[in-house]
Ligand binder design. Structure first.
Ligand SMILES: [Zn+2]
Length: 216
């Protein structure tokens, strides 16, 4: 067997029979260091005993002590935890931003919807602009645009068009869709609707984007 001086690391070849099971005090002939040699330690010339399983027939190698195995496992566990954490934050980012993501990748809408994550337009970043009404007989022709004031492409929202009389009573109400399904950042999508409204009466029109669930 081989003995390594723990002080100067000189390696000595000794007869294994000279080292009893409970150890033997030995002295290094080079540096005169004295230590207790144990028969379970020598394995420098037996690389097959360094396998990670260790502890087989009596002599685990220097390389794989229980401590270093535990450290390796801990390192591995730490990496797993980090990976899980990254995956979780990525998933929550995807879930929180699914409206924006599906505005770029509409084919994901139904997938999200199927797992209970419905997609709704971000009405906070949608503005009704350029509202214009004209009459042809008793038909009100209403046009305008839905503007995306956000920094990212977004889903167009359904629009509730309400026509009220001077007394506040609702004369007409309908839900329409703008021309486009998605609206690029800082762009707008037009809409147009015809409503039967008496031309002679005073009418107030409001157009409200709705956060209705989207299907494709
Ligand atoms: Zn020595």
């Amino acid at each position: 067997m081989l003995l390594t001086c723990p002080h100067c690391t000189t390696i000595f070849r000794v007869d294994a029979d000279l080292i009893p099971q409970d150890g033997q005090t030995v002295r290094c002939s080079i540096c005169h260091h004295v230590w207790i040699a144990s028969p379970v330690l020598p394995s420098a010339n037996q690389p097959d005993e360094k396998s990670a399983d260790g502890g087989g027939a009596g002599s685990p190698g220097y390389a794989v002590t229980p401590l270093s195995m535990a450290r390796d496992r801990l390192k591995h566990l730490w990496k797993l935890c980090l990976a899980a954490l990254l995956a979780a934050s990525l998933a929550s980012g995807v879930i929180m931003n699914r409206g924006m993501i599906t505005a770029y990748l509409p084919f994901l809408i139904n997938g999200f919807d199927r797992i209970g994550l419905s997609i709704r337009p971000a009405v906070a970043q949608l503005q009704v602009v350029g509202l214009n009404a004209s009459y042809v007989g008793d038909t009100m022709r209403l046009s305008g645009g839905l503007r995306n004031i956000g920094m990212w492409r977004t889903h167009a929202a359904d629009l509730r068009v309400t026509v009220r009389g001077a007394d506040g009573m609702i004369m007409q109400e309908t839900v329409i869709r703008p021309d486009d399904d998605v609206i690029d950042a800082q762009a707008e999508s037009g809409f147009f609707v015809q409503l039967a409204v008496e031309a002679g009466r005073e009418a107030h029109v409001t157009v409200t984007p709705l956060a209705n669930r989207l299907y494709r």
